[in-house]
Write a protein of this length. Structure first.
Length: 444
């Protein structure tokens, strides 16, 4: 008889709701609800409040471990003292230092790829966690953590396998390139991929092409499984007053154009501001809402505030908002704009917006364009990437063309239904050869 499946997720947390964290905890929660044993190993920061009660959590390492170029066990231990502070205070400290998060990721990349031992102390700690929790399937939130999993596997007397997922790994590759170790990064990444019994998961078809091209990964080592979202209940009514609790100046009779997501430079929110200025000169009314967390500090958010002032725009601006406010914003927006200048792997916000019946506007570049299409049906429009003039043109169509708008609205929920969390979890289980109905033996 095959032993009970026990899953562990290694997640690089930031304290905010990053797409990779949302995806992996969605799978963890779904597996837990189905009766599987699930534990989460956190790196850098913790988002334990996103996990279901009953899921165990362990701190694999604190962000302070990578304060210097070489991993510091002493600073890692001292990082525990920082966790005596509320999470909001820790975030203000870290994000208040421009470039500090990039520094930590750079040093993590250096530790895994520029030295032959792939941070052996952390690998031994991971191996001990896995043995203690009797884990037999380790899920890595970034494929770039593969060398850490492989090092732990070589150290472990407890048998386990690992599954790697590509979702934002271009950031690690960019750090490796800046460090001058990109060739070594590609070599060691491919070694970790080959030592896994399963092809790595990739979150879109376009992202496969990017990984093959930029990271020199053979295509047979990759398999596409789209990300999943929690689909809202059809009968759920979201009150406009939820929005006014955070954005008191919003009114119901003027269309809302919203951006939700990370407020970091690669997200291209400044393009949306330029487009809004162009539409203002054409006397097209709208209310612009921008909200979301950051992974890299507050500097870009401050740039947006200054830019809006220079353009003479009033924006309803906030940081992270609650899930209730987020869902109300989806439901009451005329459209959601995703103006990224990056070749996005996927786009959870896009799927979430459509699940609430709201059309989206996305760049014609990257995997995000796959999210809005199903056959000949579309749940939104695309614009020429990096072109704020085309953002304005397509946004104007969404605001004034009622026939087009109604057609897109009619497609949104059908298209979003392809990206349910249960389907994503079923696909991941099938990928590793576990029945979608199988649960851990002891819970049975």
């Amino acid at each position: 008889m095959r032993p009970a499946q026990r899953f562990a997720f290694v997640i690089v947390g930031s304290g905010d709701y990053l797409g990779s964290t949302v995806r992996d905890l969605s799978i963890a929660n779904t597996l837990h609800r189905r009766g599987f044993k699930v534990v989460v190993y956190w790196m850098m920061e913790v988002n334990a409040q996103m996990a279901d009660p009953g899921i165990e959590h362990r701190m694999l390492c604190h962000g302070t471990r990578y304060h210097f170029q070489r991993p510091s066990d002493l600073l890692d231990k001292l990082g525990s003292a920082l966790f005596l502070l509320p999470q909001a205070v820790r975030l203000r400290i870290v994000q208040g230092q421009a470039g500090y998060v990039d520094r930590l990721i750079t040093n993590l990349t250096r530790a895994l790829y520029a030295t032959p031992d792939a941070d052996s102390v952390l690998a031994e700690r991971l191996s001990d966690f896995i043995a203690k929790d009797q884990v037999n399937c380790l899920m890595l939130s970034f494929a770039s953590l593969g060398p850490l999993a492989l090092a732990a596997k070589k150290l472990s007397v407890h048998q386990f396998d690992y599954l790697l997922t590509f979702q934002g790994d271009e950031q690690f590759a960019a750090h490796a390139q800046r460090l001058g170790i990109l060739a070594f990064y590609c070599e060691r990444l491919n070694d970790a991929l080959r030592q896994s019994p399963w092809p790595a998961v990739v979150v879109s078809h376009d992202y496969v092409e990017r990984i093959v091209d930029e990271m020199q990964v053979p295509r047979p080592l990759l398999s596409v499984i789209y990300n999943g979202i929690e689909l809202p209940a059809p009968e759920r009514h979201l009150k406009f007053s939820e929005l006014q609790s955070v954005f008191p100046g919003l009114v119901e009779n003027i269309p809302i154009v919203a951006y939700l997501g990370r407020q970091d430079s690669e997200k291209g929110i400044d393009l949306l501001l330029y487009a809004a200025r162009l539409l203002a000169t054409r006397k097209i009314q709208m209310q612009l809402v921008i909200c979301g967390s950051t992974a890299k500090g507050q500097s870009y958010r401050k740039v947006l505030e200054e830019l809006a002032a220079h353009l003479g725009l009033f924006i309803h601006h906030a940081g992270s908002v609650s899930p209730q406010v987020r869902d109300a914003l989806y439901a009451h927006s005329r459209c959601v704009v995703y103006p990224s200048i990056n070749r996005e792997p996927f786009g959870l916000v896009v799927a979430e917006a459509m699940s609430h019946g709201t059309p989206v506007l996305v760049p014609n570049y990257g995997g995000v364009g796959e999210v809005i299409l199903q056959g000949e049906h579309a749940g939104g429009l695309t614009f020429e990437t990096w072109d704020s003039g085309d953002v304005a043109r397509q946004l104007e169509r969404l605001l004034v063309d009622e026939t087009l708008y109604r057609r897109l609205v009619g497609n949104t929920r059908m298209i979003a239904a392809r990206f349910g969390v249960d389907k994503m979890t079923d696909d991941v289980l099938a990928h590793i050869g576990v029945s979608a109905r199988e649960a851990a033996h002891e819970e049975r």
